[in-house]
Ligand binder design. Structure first.
Ligand SMILES: [Zn+2]
Length: 437
């Protein structure tokens, strides 16, 4: 009987795998075993797909108490509902796809390959044979791309685009540890616009990181890039022409500065072209951001450095944040700190740090480049308070320095310090753990 045979094969295989000692297998044997196990896996995938359809149409899933055939398959295979739905979809298409069916029965297609091929071939049956052939030689990602193109050519592009556009969204939520997560769905061109802008920013930050000899994971730099973009979209940032930087006209759309960056180079990040200004848009000429979030902090908590139970230190709509983070925000242009005493607002810390025009001019004169020794970045410089404004640091020339975005980031988040000694700048490594303030 069929079931007995398959169970015998399974038991044999289990005996082999449970006694397998990979350390005693030579390299070339290991490679041969790998290929062989992969073939077994493909054959098993073929069998699984073929019987999945029977599970569905026979309604056995109802008798086993599952809410759907996909739920039954997901439980039996230990996968999620998504892959189970794919399995069923592929199984339903198989009867009209002879080449795929044959390749699957011969163990020439993996589950993933069969899924993408069946999807594309269902849309354009004429392409089936060539897709099955391609699966034998092409890497999976290439095959998937080929299948996507076949599908795209077969469907009504416009309707599909409109559907994606109609279902666009951006959601965010706060996790229990305070991390803010985003999830977005965008029409492809809008998605590309956002990605190109992020990519250009990543290139700029990566160059800065390399110069500084710091290595950060790519995903972390991408996150920094998103934040940097958000910081740039502030009023005045596209109008200001100070310090010789190129300026974008008011009609320049976000991301339109970036087509050059969509190639392989990192060229856009050099500040040429209609790059907008960096976060240093806190000057007196700025009327105040269109969108500003007031972080509410109790005065007592701000002074103490941490919040006691019942005290408030939070970003409305996001959630609580540590007091020292709120302190750093005192020099932020979008998040302004609203210091409260009970219900009365005692101060908006944001205002006091505005740099008077004369001080700013003197600062530009004194610090034409990032002040960190060896750093020659001269564009998009940010103004740093050596002693933070929230700790009483004055907005005077002696307490200010211009830093590139990267060095400003290191100072703000990684414990690097900047000191001025006898007219010379010293860039100090972070103190050992435990000594940090
Ligand atoms: Zn620098």
């Amino acid at each position: 009987m069929l079931l007995d045979r398959v169970q015998c094969l399974r038991d044999d295989l289990r005996a082999v795998v449970s006694n397998l000692d990979p350390d005693r297998v030579g390299g070339s044997d290991a490679a041969a075993l790998l290929t062989c196990f992969a073939e077994v896996e493909k054959l098993a995938a073929g069998g699984r797909i073929l019987v999945a359809r029977r599970v569905e149409v026979s309604n056995v899933w109802q008798r086993t108490g599952h809410r759907s055939a996909a739920a039954h398959i997901a439980q039996a295979t230990g996968t999620g509902l998504g892959p189970a739905i794919d399995t069923l979809e592929t199984a339903r298409r198989l009867p009209s796809l002879p080449a795929t069916d044959q390749a699957l029965r011969q163990g020439r297609l993996s589950h993933a390959q069969a899924t993408v091929i069946a999807g594309a071939a269902a849309a354009q049956p004429g392409a089936e044979r060539s897709l099955v052939d391609a699966a034998a030689t092409e890497p999976f990602n290439t095959l998937r791309l080929r299948c996507r193109r076949v599908e795209a050519a077969a469907r009504d592009e416009r309707a599909s685009y409109e559907q994606v556009h109609r279902s666009r969204y951006l959601r965010h939520w706060t996790e229990h540890d305070g991390g803010v997560r985003f999830d977005a769905r965008l029409a492809p061109d809008d998605g590309a616009r956002v990605l190109v802008a992020i990519r250009a920013e990543v290139a700029r930050l990566t160059t800065e990181a390399r110069k500084a000899g710091v290595s950060e994971p790519e995903r972390a730099i991408a996150a920094d890039a998103l934040v940097a973009l958000a910081r740039r979209r502030m009023p005045g940032s596209t109008r200001r022409g100070r310090e010789g930087a190129a300026v974008a006209g008011p009609g320049v759309a976000p991301g339109s500065a970036c087509p050059a960056a969509s190639g392989h180079s990192t060229a856009t990040a050099d500040g040429q072209g209609p790059e907008v200004q960096g976060p240093e848009v806190q000057g007196p000429e700025v009327q105040g951001p269109e969108v500003m979030v007031h972080v509410r902090v109790d005065h007592a908590a701000l002074v103490r450095g941490h919040a006691e139970p019942g005290e408030l230190c939070e970003i409305p709509g996001v959630g609580p944040i540590p007091v020292d983070v709120a302190r750093r925000l005192a020099t932020d242009a979008v998040l302004s700190v609203l210091v409260t005493d009970g219900v009365d607002v005692t101060a908006v810390a944001h205002r006091g740090r505005t740099i008077p025009a004369a001080v700013r001019r003197a600062l530009v004169e004194r610090d034409p480049t990032c002040v960190v020794p060896g750093c020659e970045v001269a564009e998009h410089l940010e103004v740093d308070h050596l002693l933070p404004f929230s700790d009483g640091g004055p907005t005077e020339l002696a307490n200010l320095a211009r830093l590139c975005h990267w060095h400003h980031y290191l100072k703000t988040h990684h414990g690097y310090r900047l000191e001025r000694d006898d007219g010379r700048w010293c860039w100090l490594q972070p103190s050992p753990p435990g000594q940090r303030a």
